[in-house]
Design a protein around this ligand. Sequence first.
Ligand code: F6R
Length: 243
Amino acid sequence: MRIYKATDYNDMSRKAANVISAQVTMKPDCVLGLATGSSPIGTYKQLIEWHREGLLDFSQVHTANLDEYKGLTKDNDQSYYYFMYHNFFKDINIDMANTNIPDGTNPDGEAEGARYDQVVRDLGGVDLQLLGLGRNGHIGFNEPDEVFPKGTHCVDLQESTIEANKRFFASADDVPKQAYSMGIQTIMMARKILLIASGEDKAEALYNSLCGPITPHVPGSILQLHQDVVVVADEAALSKFNL
Ligand code: F6R
């Protein structure tokens, strides 16, 4: 595991974009695993800028997103499909047919999980998986639990996650209570993982994930077992480390 310390959110975003840019440049038809939330927005902005400058070509790239709220349609402005389209896909030359996100409108969680894992397998697996980190240590929407969930599955979101995400909705009551998420096995099968974290409120989860015991109570701790993890985090998120 390599840890890169960034000064702040913008520096983290530029460094993370560099890792993704290197992946796309070295393997133009790569499969990128993507995340939503506040953490990757700056990274996507930087990649868009480099694309506009003619430095990055996404025409052969395929993507597979980590998660989607259950029950939300693609045109719902809180869906992760909407997020990805408006924060990234619409501004790069990706073929939308090459983008994949769990289908929030499929009411059958088991069928959707099996379908999505097959999509990822058919792509030949993920080359580079971008991850944010929840304040409770979740990755994707794999919440702290007694076991590590394996494949893509339906998750009951924890109160703390609903609280953290309510800033994107009119109220906490509007936050969907369930989501579809890649499981830990799906995430761990990615050939390379890029974990990004910014801000003091991620410091404890980041420390516990990278230095604490490997336990499903801190889902991010499983990353200690992956052979190729790059962490890009800012000083505030790394404040519990002696770096
Ligand atoms: C998003 C995702 C989540 C977020 C995490 C951090 O697709 O899978 O695990 O990465 O909740 O969210 P932010 O970046 O908003 O702090």
